[in-house]
Design a protein around this ligand. Structure first.
Ligand SMILES: NC(=O)c1ccc[n+]([C@@H]2O[C@H](COP(=O)([O-])OP(=O)(O)OC[C@H]3O[C@@H](n4cnc5c(N)ncnc54)[C@H](O)[C@@H]3O)[C@@H](O)[C@H]2O)c1
Length: 311
């Protein structure tokens, strides 16, 4: 983290969930921070609520010219901007490609021109149906959604830029991040319970299993990917290293909220591209980066429920 002191940093997708927490952490140091985001799913409050004022540029990663104009000098780029919805990607593969694959190519081009180091946030979705559990980084990459495919294309571009141009980059495959301001299954549960605490409908069979990792642990790993020599040119899984069905997650959450009487139902069908299981092997990040996730799901949910800003 000391290495980042006085550095010029660009966070794409900084108005989003993980981006907000990353920027908060970066601002603990004296950094020159720019957030670049098209606010498609991100929120301007996530920028305004930061402890210090930062430069915010509203723009799309599909537009290289706006990107280039947003930062004259940049040392590190955390590339988080992405279309993140699997169902949306199945309905709109072209839009998904533009944000995730083409957008990443533009970021790499910017990094090449500015000689910046890049941290690219990929996803466990690149593995598709896992060949091995827990899934290590060298497992086959067979995405089953356009989202997983476009994130994988972004990875491939990162690898080729490293190989051909000597670009400094690292890739992080994130499992299921959660915490204050999150989206996804936990946000879905909380929104539904707020509307009607007597009933909770889970989309799908409820037996889909996920590897939930707290956003503070993800942020710590992101900083390590941007600062550690060991991370250069490498790809790391970042999860908690455990898996849990979404029905079990609902039970834990309801117990914490003292809502054990709530009726939990499931729908027979999930959405196209939904994975049965995510469970990442995180031993590479443990060994090479000395990173270890610290927040258990119980602690993380407690922290979320008590957060000033839940969603
Ligand atoms: N949250 C997770 O569990 C998870 C898991 C795996 C991977 N990831 C990856 O981590 C990154 C951050 O995810 P998040 O959960 O914070 O999602 P998020 O939706 O909260 O944040 C994404 C941000 O990117 C912005 N954005 C989207 N398309 C853009 C575009 N074309 N140009 C500029 N900005 C654009 C959105 O407005 C938003 O602020 C993404 O790259 C995502 O694929 C997240």
């Amino acid at each position: 983290m000391e290495i980042l002191e006085k550095k010029s940093i660009l966070v794409t997708g900084g108005a989003g969930f993980i981006g907000h927490h990353l920027c908060r952490k970066l601002l603990e140091k004296d950094v020159n921070l720019t957030i670049y985001d098209n606010l498609s799913t991100g929120r301007i409050e996530n920028v305004k609520d930061l402890p210090k004022p930062v430069k915010f540029v509203k723009g799309d990663v599909g537009n290289l010219e706006t990107l280039e104009n947003s930062v004259r000098q940049v040392d590190v780029i955390f590339h988080l901007a992405a279309q993140v919805s699997v169902p949306y990607s199945m309905e709109n593969p072209v839009e998904d490609f533009k944000s995730n694959a083409y957008g990443t190519l533009n970021i790499l081009e910017l990094a090449r021109k500015r000689d910046a180091r890049v941290v690219y946030t990929s996803s466990a979705a690149v593995y598709g149906k896992p060949a091995k559990l827990p899934t290590p980084e060298d497992s086959p990459l067979k995405p089953i959604s356009f989202y997983g495919l476009s994130k994988l294309v972004g990875e491939k571009y990162c690898n080729t830029y490293m190989e051909k141009y000597g670009l400094d980059a690292s890739i992080m495959r994130i499992a299921n991040a959660y915490g204050p301001r999150c989206r996804g299954v936990i946000a879905d549960y909380i929104t539904k319970i707020r509307k009607n605490p007597n009933k909770l409908e889970i989309i799908g069979s409820g037996m889909q299993s996920r590897d939930f990792v707290h956003v503070s642990d993800v942020v710590e790993a992101l900083i390590l990917l941007a600062t550690s020599k060991e991370a250069l040119g490498q790809t790391f899984n970042v999860g908690f290293g455990k898996t849990m069905t979404v029905v079990d997650l609902a039970k834990i959450l309801l117990k914490m909220l003292k809502l054990e009487e709530t009726v939990v139902t499931t729908t027979s069908k999930s959405w196209e591209g939904d994975l049965d299981i995510i469970w990442l092997d995180i031993s590479k990040a443990r060994e090479k980066l000395k990173w270890t996730p610290k927040t258990s799901i119980e602690e993380g949910l407690k922290n979320l429920i008590n957060a000033e800003r839940l969603l």
